[in-house]
Write a protein of this length. Structure first.
Length: 110
């Protein structure tokens, strides 16, 4: 994988998110209580809600518009909701968040 340094883990509040603008659109980068970092597409497939403004709980995010819940690990909707969001590989090295740049390029080429 080709890793892209997108900033410090401290730039994202616990149970919060930040946006990374890419050629394929905005990617939401989330930080959990457990200091894990996940990256997904920023838009809910239901009503295009900004997931980066949603509530992070455990390893899930709830859309701020209509309360759809998505797994940050798999991107799958949880509960009775159907649908999914794109997920992107991340890792934290020396306090820096790394995002899989190859996945962003592959998605752009599709």
């Amino acid at each position: 994988m080709n890793w892209l340094d997108i900033g410090s883990i401290e730039d994202i509040p616990v149970r919060g998110a930040r946006i990374v603008k890419t050629a394929v659109g905005c990617v939401a980068v989330f930080r959990t209580d457990e200091q894990e970092v996940f990256a997904t597409s920023d838009r809910c497939p239901h009503k295009d809600g900004p997931l980066s403004e949603g509530i992070v709980h455990g390893k899930s995010v709830t859309c701020p518009l209509h309360n759809w819940v998505f797994s940050l690990e798999t991107g799958e909707a949880q509960g009775a909701d159907e649908g999914s969001i794109a997920t992107f590989a991340t890792k934290v090295e020396n306090g820096r968040i790394m995002l899989d740049a190859d996945a962003l390029q592959a998605r752009n080429a599709a």
